[in-house]
Design a protein around this ligand. Structure first.
Ligand code: ADP
Length: 316
C-alpha cells in the first residue's frame, strides 16, 4: 500500500489486508509499505511520507498482522529494490508501460500543475522489483491490481529469457471480495475523498454512511432500488450476513435507504471495533521496532536475490 495518506480505508482492508492475515497461517508473508511509490504523487511533500508510513504500520498490526510470524517493512529501507528496478527498466519495452490501464486512467485524471514524471510511467517496473525480489509463491492484492501483476510476470519472463531462470512464476492471490465502492459511488479510494477509514471514529463512520450515494431514482421507500450500483448496498454485501435479503427488499421497494444505512453503520462499526481498539494501544516504539526487524529480514532475502541476479547477468 502507498503511504499517500496516514490511514487505510475499508477497500484496502477488505481487498488486501484481510487476505494477508488469512495467508499468514500458511505462509511466511512480507507486508510492505510502498513509500518510494508514494513519491509519484507526493514529490513536493516527502516529509509527510515517513509519518504516513508509521500510521499505516499501526493499521497493519491492528488489522491482524502477527509480528511473531510475519514482517512489515518500508520499501526505502531495502535499497536493493532500487537496484533491481534499474536493471528491470533496461529490459522493459516502453510500450508495455504505456498500455497499463491504470497509467492511462491516472494520466487523464492528473491536473495541469501535476506534470507526469518519468517515475510515474515507470512505477509498475518498480512494483515488479518489489514483488520479484522475494521470489514469491503468491501475491495477494485487490482485483484492480491484476494488470500490474501481469506486467511483473512479463518482466520476469523477459529477464529469465535473457539471463537464465532467476525468478519463478508466481500466482495472483485475489480474494472473492468485490471492489468496494466509496460514499460517492465510485471505487473507494484515498484519492477520491470518498473513503471510510479504520482510524475514523464510530460517529465519523456513521456520518459518512448517512451521506453516502444510493439509487438516485429511489426517493421514497417504496421506489425500487438498484443494489448493484448503490454504494450502501455494495458495503452491505461485504459487511452484513443478511445482505441477500437486504438487496432483495431494496430492489422490491420493501425497505428504504435510511434502513439500509442504519443497518450498515451498525455492521461496519461492529466489524471494525476490535481493530480500532487494538490500534489505540499500539505505541510509536512498537512501530519503530516492527519496521526495524521487518527491514532486517527483508534485506536478508533481498541481498540473496541480488546475488543471483548479478551472477545471472555476469555482473557479480
Ligand atoms: P488507493 O486506490 O486507495 O490508492 P492502493 O492503490 O494503495 O489504494 O491499494 C492498496 C491495496 O488495496 C491494493 O491491493 C488494492 O487492490 C486494494 N484496494 C484499494 N482500493 C480498493 C477497493 N475500493 N476495493 C477493494 N480493494 C481495494
Amino acid at each position: 500500500m502507498q503511504p499517500t495518506q496516514p490511514r487505510l480505508h475499508l477497500g484496502n482492508i477488505e481487498g488486501a489486508l484481510r487476505n494477508w492475515v488469512r495467508l499468514q497461517d500458511e505462509f511466511e508473508i512480507f507486508c510492505f509499505i510502498a513509500d518510494w511509490h508514494a513519491l509519484t504523487s507526493m514529490a513536493h511533500e516527502p516529509h509527510l511520507i515517513k509519518h504516513n508510513t508509521r500510521e499505516i504500520t499501526k493499521d497493519y498490526i491492528a488489522g491482524g498482522i502477527d509480528l511473531k510470524r510475519s514482517i512489515i517493512f518500508a520499501q526505502s529501507d531495502v535499497k536493493e529494490h532500487a537496484e533491481l528496478h534499474l536493471l528491470f527498466s533496461m529490459v522493459t519495452p516502453l510500450g508495455w508501460l504505456e498500455r497499463v490501464p491504470t497509467y492511462k486512467e491516472k494520466k487523464e485524471a492528473m491536473g495541469s500543475e501535476e506534470r507526469e514524471s518519468y517515475g510515474f510511467l515507470g512505477y509498475p517496473v518498480l512494483q515488479a522489483a518489489d514483488i520479484l525480489m522475494y521470489k514469491p509463491h503468491g501475491v495477494p492484492v485487490g482485483k484492480d491490481q491484476a494488470p500490474h501483476l501481469e506486467l511483473s510476470r512479463e518482466i520476469a519472463r523477459r529477464f529469465n529469457n535473457l539471463y537464465g531462470e532467476v525468478f519463478p512464476e508466481f500466482e495472483n492471490v485475489i480474494g472473492d471480495i468485490p471492489l468496494l465502492l466509496g460514499t460517492d459511488g465510485r471505487k473507494m479510494s484515498k484519492s477520491y475523498d470518498n473513503a471510510i477509514y479504520l482510524s475514523d471514529t464510530e460517529d465519523e463512520t456513521a456520518a459518512k454512511i448517512n451521506s453516502a450515494f444510493t439509487t438516485p431514482t429511489k426517493i421514497k421507500k417504496t421506489d425500487p432500488g438498484i443494489p448493484e450500483t448503490c454504494a450502501v448496498c455494495n458495503l452491505l454485501r461485504v459487511y452484513s450476513p443478511n445482505w441477500e435479503t437486504q438487496w432483495e427488499e431494496d430492489r422490491q421497494g420493501i425497505r428504504g435507504c435510511m434502513q439500509n444505512k442504519r443497518e450498515l453503520i451498525e455492521c461496519v462499526n461492529e466489524n471494525l471495533r476490535p481493530m480500532r481498539e487494538r490500534r489505540a494501544h499500539i505505541s510509536d516504539a512498537d512501530v519503530e521496532d516492527a519496521l526495524k526487524k521487518g527491514a532486517e529480514r527483508a534485506r536478508e532475502v533481498a541481498a540473496a536475490t541480488m546475488v543471483d541476479v548479478r551472477a545471472a547477468m555476469g555482473m557479480s
